[in-house]
Design a binder for this molecule. Structure first.
Ligand code: FMN
Length: 189
């Protein structure tokens, strides 16, 4: 089997950020990667709020889950990744906007990783707080929060976060997730 693309193999959700500011050009490149995400019927139901001022950082941090407060508050740039369910309505009783937004988010993760940055998506947050703190109008919903910055030192993380960062990064084997010709049927490429 040929190796997968190095950026896919090397991408990780880092926890440490340096005090160095994120260069505007890198931020712009990441946002551009997000913009080029694929979406059903090219509806592009996504929006992003980029958090920069100290006041906005405070409002963002308030919305983080307790676990994410342990590391994400240190990120120099934070983002709120949103979607509009009316721009990509449900089909067969399924939220379809979330899939589009998730694909654009992965574009940004990959691009950020290729730029050598610490990038980390988050699902641990209080949606009500985020919507209120950032004056997000209905029907927009929060899909994810995002933290990005130049990588920091492992030694500067708290002991608890060092442990989290040292967890083995593993995936289910292909045999467990890929079936051939019928659900559950084993096979080979
Ligand atoms: C949509 C999404 C939400 C996530 N939410 C959180 C989160 O709230 N807190 C956290 O520390 N990591 C979060 N992660 C990171 C995952 O834990 C991580 O992607 C997974 O453990 C695989 O590790 P890797 O990204 O380093 O390969 C999230 C990742 C994704 C894609």
């Amino acid at each position: 089997m040929a190796e997968i693309h190095p950026v896919l193999k090397n991408r990780t959700s880092g926890l440490s950020f340096s005090k160095e500011p994120l260069a505007p050009e890198k931020l712009e490149t990441m946002l551009e990667a997000f913009r080029w995400g694929p979406s059903s019927a090219n509806k592009q139901p996504w929006r992003i709020i980029v958090v920069r001022t100290p006041e906005a950082h405070k409002k963002f941090d308030e919305g983080l889950s307790d676990n994410n407060k342990k590391w994400a508050t240190e990120a120099p740039v934070k983002m709120i990744i949103m979607g509009n369910p009316e721009e990509q309505p449900p089909r067969f009783d399924q939220d379809r906007w979330l899939l589009d937004v998730g694909l654009a988010l992965e574009n940004m993760l990959i691009q950020g990783c290729d730029l050598g940055l610490t990038v980390h998506a988050m699902a641990g947050w209080d949606e009500e707080k985020i919507l209120k703190n950032f004056n997000v109008p209905a029907p927009f919903r929060v899909a994810a929060l995002f933290a990005v910055g130049e990588p920091g030192k492992f030694e500067d993380l708290s002991e608890e976060m060092q442990k989290k960062a040292s967890r083995p990064n593993v995936r289910k084997p292909l045999e467990e997730i890929v079936f051939w010709d019928d659900f559950g049927k084993a096979g080979k490429p």
